[in-house]
Design a protein around this ligand. Sequence first.
Ligand code: NAG
Ligand code: NAG
Length: 156
Amino acid sequence: MRTLLLVSALIGSLTAIPIPYHAFCSSLWLFEMPCAEISTTLVKQIEAFSPMIGCEKCQYQLVSATSVVIKANHTSPDGLQTENITFTLNPTIMASGCRVSAQSISLSFTSLLDDGLNYCNLYNLLSASGLTSAPGFIEMTNEWACLGYGLSTCKA
Ligand SMILES: *[C@@H]1O[C@H](CO)[C@@H](O)[C@H](O)[C@H]1NC(C)=O
Ligand SMILES: *[C@@H]1O[C@H](CO)[C@@H](O)[C@H](O)[C@H]1NC(C)=O
């Protein structure tokens, strides 16, 4: 009886998991480069990818930029999906480096798996601007912090 109650309580809490869901990706990037350079590079790349023309990698819009926080959004070519993007830059004590916390979150309710859409929003900026080969570049994330990270094809 006790077991039965426990099982039904478990099933009850499982069905309470909110679905649909705002898919998101959170990643941490380290560089052996001053934050000022990283920030300028990211803003330039967002602006270069700004034209609202049919290219999937484009469609970014800069919302605001300070030396510490860069905000942008990205819209799918059909205009149906938008993601908010936020970069937070903090200098590291060692090696005059920079620690960048990068986040992309879907504004619409999408399924839990976004096929790496949010990851690719972040990675495409990094890759196109050449920051993936910047000194000391390391990326730290995983499937828990970044949905669809392992499934994303933009990294290939
Ligand atoms: C994206 O950001 C731009 C610039 O701030 C803004 O005009 C636009 O409304 C935003 N798009 C969405 C869907 O939030
Ligand atoms: C997305 O960005 C816009 C503009 O910066 C903001 O008003 C809105 O609250 C953000 N939404 C989410 C879910 O972060």
